[in-house]
Structures are given as structure tokens and as C-alpha cells.
Ligand binder design. Structure first.
Ligand code: ATP
Length: 317
């Protein structure tokens, strides 16, 4: 068994003259969930298809579960992959159970596991109805059950929560958390950033095929130096200034009412500001929110675009 589930060394992909993936090096560990983010056309699907072995790299090296996914067609190797494409489609006249059992046979997994998964994605009640009668969310749940078949060692999910209701979304993330605990490496691509935030170990942001950021959210927060937001209740704005004991000079007020304020402070000063506020007996509520994944995403993307514009002389006299 190799040390990493996925190992990329200077991997690139061109479609004729279009550089869809600039040379990228990246290791993904077993039991790690990597969030893959980027605007439309950033190269996310290209990267996922390279890892699946569907596309041939233009240059560089790639190992998945220790082997090159394009040259290893061994059945036991392939059956360790789980994949949910962006647009799931199934044989419409088959029932959900028939579809899932069909995939279970293809992958060499037990039919009992297929039936258990139908329960897990909450489709048991519709398992024997033709897929053509399924709603969008039900089709997506069937797609997820197909991807989760056979406890994969590498799971690649392209927009997994599209069409899912909030309960199904929560159940989905519980399944991801469980697979992660069992040592599965997960690559999760989503545009619904607030949902993903609590379930990934690292985030990678791509733009025009280039890696703009890679790291845990804490690492990216440190790197981006984005401020932390505070919501304080129980103090007027002048009482807040006194409570902050001099730190009001580094804070930026976003909103204030007669007895509540929303403001930001530089993240390295977060603890000291919290201590001052907690020591104040008039404070009735305090919420501290670190920069969200969405804020980080916006930061890295706009930073990249402003650098590109600068290098092309856009926006300058
Ligand atoms: N088969 C193809 N032939 C030519 N160019 C392609 C092909 N597939 C993708 N591209 C180009 O490669 C780049 C990356 O596309 P890719 O599909 O990987 O982006 P993506 O990040 O998955 O986008 P989305 O969020 O819209 O799914 C884009 O410029 C796209 O136009």
C-alpha cells in the first residue's frame, strides 16, 4: 500500500491549445477530505477525470492507490473507486434497486450492501419504482448510493449536494465523515461553500487551471490575513470602546444599534479582544466568526484577478 491515496507530480492537461491544468503537484492522504473549488472552467472536472484515469495527462506523473489509473485496469483496483459525476443519469425504466444492484454486480460488491445503501440514502420507500418517476433530489441520492457502493478507498464527488434537501445534505455529509474515518480519500467539488466548510481537511482553489491556494482553512486564514468578525450584545458603542480597552483603534465597525455591535478585528488580535469582552459583565451575548470558506474563496479569486489585470496593465494609466 502506498503512503498516499493520490500523488500528483507536475501533472498537466492540455486540450489542443487550451491549458486546462497547469503543472500541479499534490498528495492526498488516506482519510483526508480535499475540497476542490473554482469558477466554471477552472479545471476541476479535468483534474477529477485525470485521477479517475478517464483522461490522459499531457505531462507529469500520477499515482492513485499506488498505480497509474490509466494503465491499471485490474477489476479489484477499479472497484476501490467511487465517483459521482456532475450530471447523474440512469436507465430510466429500471427501478432504483435494479440500478444499484446492476452497479453492485459490475463492481463485484454484494447485493445486500446495495439494498442497505438505499436505506441509508432514504430511498427504500421508492426502491422498486422506475427511476423515471424519481424527483431530481431522488436521482441525486441514487447517484450518491452508487458512488458509496463497496466502501471505496477513493471517492470523487462532483457537486454532490445539488438538488438535495437540507436533511439529505446533512445525511450525505455524515456518510462522507464515516467513510473518511474508515480511511477513504475524498475529493469533493462543490459551489455550496458554507455546507462543505465543516467537512474538509484542506481546500484547493483553482482558477484557469492554476492552483491559487492549498491548505487547511486555518492555514489559508493565516495566509490571507482576513479579519475575524465579532457580534456583541449588551453594550452601547461608547461602552464597547471602553470594554475594548484601546483595541477599538484596530477594529472596523460594520453595524451598530443602541446595545449591539458587529465589527471585525485582525485575526491575530482575536483572543485578546475576546478576553476584554468576556471580562465585561454587561456583555449578554458574544459570537466570534472566523473568515468563512466563502470569504477565503473570494479573497484568493479576486487577488488572482487583480494580479492578472495588473500584469496585463488593466486598470492602470
Ligand atoms: N473536451 C474538451 N475539449 C476542449 N476543451 C475542454 C474540454 N473539456 C474542458 N475543456 C476546457 O478546459 C478548461 C477546464 O474545464 P473543466 O471542465 O475542467 O472546468 P470545471 O472547473 O470543471 O468547470 P465547471 O465548474 O463549469 O464544471 C475550460 O477552459 C474548458 O473549456
Amino acid at each position: 500500500m502506498s503512503e498516499y491515496a493520490v500523488e500528483l507530480t507536475d501533472l498537466s492537461k492540455y486540450y489542443r491549445s487550451v491549458e486546462a491544468l497547469h503543472p500541479l503537484s499534490l498528495n492526498i492522504s488516506f482519510g483526508e477530505v480535499l475540497g476542490l473549488f473554482g469558477h466554471n472552467g477552472a479545471g476541476k472536472s479535468t483534474l477529477m477525470k485525470l485521477i479517475l484515469g478517464v483522461l490522459k495527462p499531457s505531462s507529469g506523473q500520477l499515482k492513485v492507490l499506488g498505480y497509474c489509473p490509466r494503465t491499471n485496469s485490474d477489476h479489484d483496483y477499479r472497484s476501490q473507486f467511487g465517483y459521482l459525476p456532475e450530471n447523474v443519469s440512469f436507465y430510466e425504466h429500471l427501478s432504483g434497486r435494479e440500478v444499484l444492484r446492476y452497479f453492485a454486480r459490475l463492481k463485484g460488491h454484494s447485493l445486500a450492501h446495495a439494498d442497505a445503501l438505499l436505506e441509508e440514502v432514504n430511498l427504500a420507500h421508492a426502491a422498486d419504482r422506475p427511476v423515471k418517476t424519481y424527483s431530481k433530489g431522488m436521482r441525486q441520492r441514487l447517484g450518491l448510493a452508487q458512488a458509496f457502493l463497496g466502501e471505496p478507498k477513493i471517492l470523487i464527488l462532483d457537486e454532490p449536494t445539488v438538488g438535495l434537501d437540507p436533511v439529505a445534505t446533512r445525511d450525505f455529509y455524515q456518510m462522507v465523515d464515516r467513510l473518511k474515518t474508515s480511511g477513504c480519500a475524498v475529493i469533493l467539488c462543490s459551489h455550496v461553500l458554507p455546507d462543505v466548510e465543516n467537512h474538509i481537511d484542506r481546500a484547493m482553489i483553482l482558477s484557469a487551471g492554476r492552483k491559487l491556494a492549498l491548505g487547511s482553512l486555518d492555514e489559508l486564514r493565516l495566509q490571507a490575513k482576513l479579519p475575524t468578525e465579532f457580534n456583541v450584545s449588551g453594550l452601547s458603542s461608547s461602552e464597547l470602546s471602553t470594554a475594548l480597552n484601546g483595541y477599538q483603534s484596530i477594529s472596523t465597525v460594520l453595524e451598530t444599534t443602541s446595545n449591539a455591535s458587529r465589527f471585525t478585528v485582525p485575526t491575530p488580535e482575536k483572543m485578546i479582544v475576546m478576553k476584554h469582552l468576556l471580562a465585561n459583565q454587561n456583555v449578554t451575548d458574544l459570537q466570534v466568526t472566523p473568515p468563512s470558506l466563502e470569504a477565503l474563496y473570494r479573497y484568493y479569486i479576486s487577488d488572482f484577478h487583480s494580479q492578472s489585470a495588473e500584469s496585463q496593465g488593466v486598470g492602470h494609466e
